[in-house]
Design a protein around this ligand. Sequence first.
Ligand code: ADP
Ligand code: MG
Length: 698
Amino acid sequence: MQTVSDYFGSMVFDDRIMKARLSESIYRSLKKTIEEGTRLDISVANAVAEAMKEWAIELGATHYTHWFQPLTGITAEKHDSFISPAPDGRVIMEFSGKELIKGEPDASSFPSGGIRATFEARGYTAWDPTSYAFIKGKTLCIPTAFCSYGGEALDKKTPLLRSMQALSKQALRILKLFGNEDVKVVRTSVGPEQEYFLIPKELYDKRKDLIYTGRTLFGAKPPKGQEMNDHYFGSIKPRVEAYMQDLNAELWKLGILAKTEHNEVAPAQHELAPIYSTTNIATDHNQLTMEIMQKVARKHDLVCLLHEKPFAGVNGSGKHNNWSIATDTGVNLLAPGSTPYENAQFLLFLCAVIKAVDDYQDLLRLAVATAGNDHRLGANEAPPAVISIFLGDELNAILDAIENEKPYKDVVKTKMKLGVDVLPEFRKDTTDRNRTSPFAFTGNKFEFRMLGSSNSIACANIMLNSAVAESLKIFADRLENSTDFNTDLHELIKETIKAHKRIIFNGNGYDDAWIKEAVENRGLSNLRTTPDAMPHLLDKKNVDMLTSHKVYSETELKARCEIMLDNYCKTVQIEANTMVDMANRQILPAVSAFAAELAQTAAAKQSVNPALTCQYEGDLVKTLSTLTDQIAERTKQLEKAIIQVQTIEGIEAQSCEIRDLLLGKMASLREVCDEAETLTSEKYWPFPTYGDLLFGVR
Ligand code: ADP
Ligand code: MG
């Protein structure tokens, strides 16, 4: 039998394969490009392309594609076959270096936020050699960046790579100050924990809301929900276990380090976590993971729901972005060290993150803002929309001691002087588990918990990397001019703690009192919805920061803001239209038919015995008739609102109106429909209920 280590990465053109299939000199040039970003010579590209093609064909591939991540948030691919006609009427399989390096998809239908007029359809894809090529089905997939004719990024990978570069540049300046001369590159790593729901396919197929929008728009509360918490870490059902095994095997073949799996809080909810990797790779892998989760589910007659809030009243799904910074020499800069210097360096990086999160709360918030995630944040199941940092008691006490120049516990009796005293070795305290914090320090990394399950992790990491690069730049500018490094470092750390400690909060993030305290006393921002958050992308301070680190151009930022708001508007409008359709064509006819049957039953009974009151039927018919009238009325109002919001000029104003008007009308229609569901015979109800969906996998 094949073991995991036999087939792990078998579909990846990874270092092992490169070494085996490329000549020594080609391998070295490619490696240099991967590690140092040097330009790739066309002769090298040709050789690599040839080797890739041979390898892919041996594994059954017939096509290749430039695989990229347009701003839709999912991945895109256009397949070309390797075939090329030969003079004798047969075909040969060809793939050139040029085809490997650059593609020109007709990309007119990808969102560009006005950057690329649709008549100028050309967009370019450019090979990202830092992410390995892989085979999916019969296709060799080449990870690429996607940009416009004028060079503006139209994807998520390009700014992500730029943000990693910005952070590396500034971190290297800091490391030099601490005498680390041998570090060449600093990289951020991410381990994204992915939540999802699994439901039976035959039930999914009966729900238009799931099909069109990925979430249920109707559904009364089932008799049992998640109140018993008996699903969390519960034993995994055989059908789900078979799915997970199959999924793991598919992911492992693609070199994805799927590691942990367990049941989550809600019934039918699960989680998958990989071992962390470099942010760029982790992002590619998370996109692939989401795609493969859905594909494998189909094979098991299941559907994998990645929506942030598939079911009202039941926990939604998020994605925890575990993030750290490490050198190419293998040092995690967010891990406390064992010498005074390492500790001072750690504290400086820690302060850089604290400052970054405080200064750019809005960017972090908007990076995770989508119509779907708006249902989770602040709904007492996920962190609030207010961003704060959890550090844990021990680290908090250390920062407090530094800020106030006072002794730290018994360990350091006199006041601490960085660079001189050894900080106590702080343990990764297992009691330090604050699940309600949006941004928690977990011993040697930060866990950003606000991402939605369907989000690409690119956006959050672009903002995080850039904001931290900015803090590090400010620190480096100051310390590079210092004549007394130790004293100035100490002062800088002290000042940073003082200036930014408002962002640190170790209590319960779900508590309403915290939101009040955060907003009223601490002045933290509370951007509750996507229309509130997204426009801040264009605030001067944010544009200045992101353009100065060359992560985005101003044009790219404007385009992104436009696209994200447009996406919000379209998402909610599709949901509203789906509700109208389901109410008019499924719910109303069903409830009305049931009422008619009740009336007929009553009439039949009374024809036998006119003295019968038929109270049950009579009362219910009355209640159902009132409800159907209300449903019909509210559906009409929703239809009117849909038309009204379309007349509003300007995407920002439109998104606000969609949030204020449309979402309200949708909720009010749902309310009466859900009530009708609880009173309508199972036989008549036109689609599976919450109970069916949540407990359907047995
Ligand atoms: P949890 O208790 O939240 O599930 P785990 O310790 O299981 O936390 O780790 C969750 C994720 O964090 C995993 O994907 C893991 O690979 C990742 N992780 C661990 N160390 C780091 C690190 N230094 N940088 C980034 N991610 C990391
Ligand atoms: Mg976690």
